[in-house]
Design a protein around this ligand. Structure first.
Ligand code: FES
Length: 173
């Protein structure tokens, strides 16, 4: 599985070559304290597929939705069974809504809002993606906020601390 190393993007101010998809902020300014973080180069992410990255203690799934000409990102953990599998989910559409279906039990999530498209009470966190040149970037909150929300250790059903990467840097899974 292609996994990208992560480095800090330079600034929120620089406009992307393409902003894909529209930010879930519905046209409002990005939330405060968020930063565009480079998660790899576009070729790290398979066409019409996803790949997992690890930023701090958080796993995220990044999708190169080639058939829509769009990119999406969400947490890698499926909230149904706390399984870190969504990067390997099947992407597609429900009507005009892009979705990922969990590879384990096929729960579908909107890649625009994160909500379950089957009416279940599950939802996933989604993150804006932009492409600049050949770089793929996610708009992420500070590491402490991201860890508090989605830390692998918070949701791991077994003791996974020994598998954790460094605490301060983004790393390969
Ligand atoms: S673990 Fe994802 S739907 Fe069951």
């Amino acid at each position: 599985m292609p996994i990208a190393s992560l480095t800090r993007a330079s600034s929120l101010a620089s406009p992307p070559d393409r902003c894909l998809p529209p930010l879930p902020t519905n046209g409002r300014r990005p939330p405060p304290n968020t930063t565009w973080v480079k998660v790899g180069i576009t070729s790290d992410f398979p066409a019409d597929g996803g790949a997992a990255i690890k930023c701090g203690d958080v796993q995220l799934a990044v999708y190169n939705f080639t058939s829509r000409g769009e990119w999406y990102a969400c947490q890698n953990m499926c909230p149904h069974k706390n399984a870190f599998v969504l990067s390997r989910g099947i992407i597609g559409n429900t009507g005009k809504t892009p979705k990922v279906a969990c590879p384990l039990h096929t729960e579908p999530f909107s890649l625009q809002t994160g909500e379950s498209l089957s009416g279940e009470g599950f939802a996933v966190e989604v993150f804006p993606v932009k492409v600049e040149g050949n770089g793929a970037f996610l708009l992420l909150p500070p590491k402490s906020q991201l860890d508090a929300l989605l830390s692998t250790e918070l949701h791991c059903v077994r003791d996974c601390r020994e598998k954790n990467a460094t605490e301060t840097e983004c790393a390969l899974i």
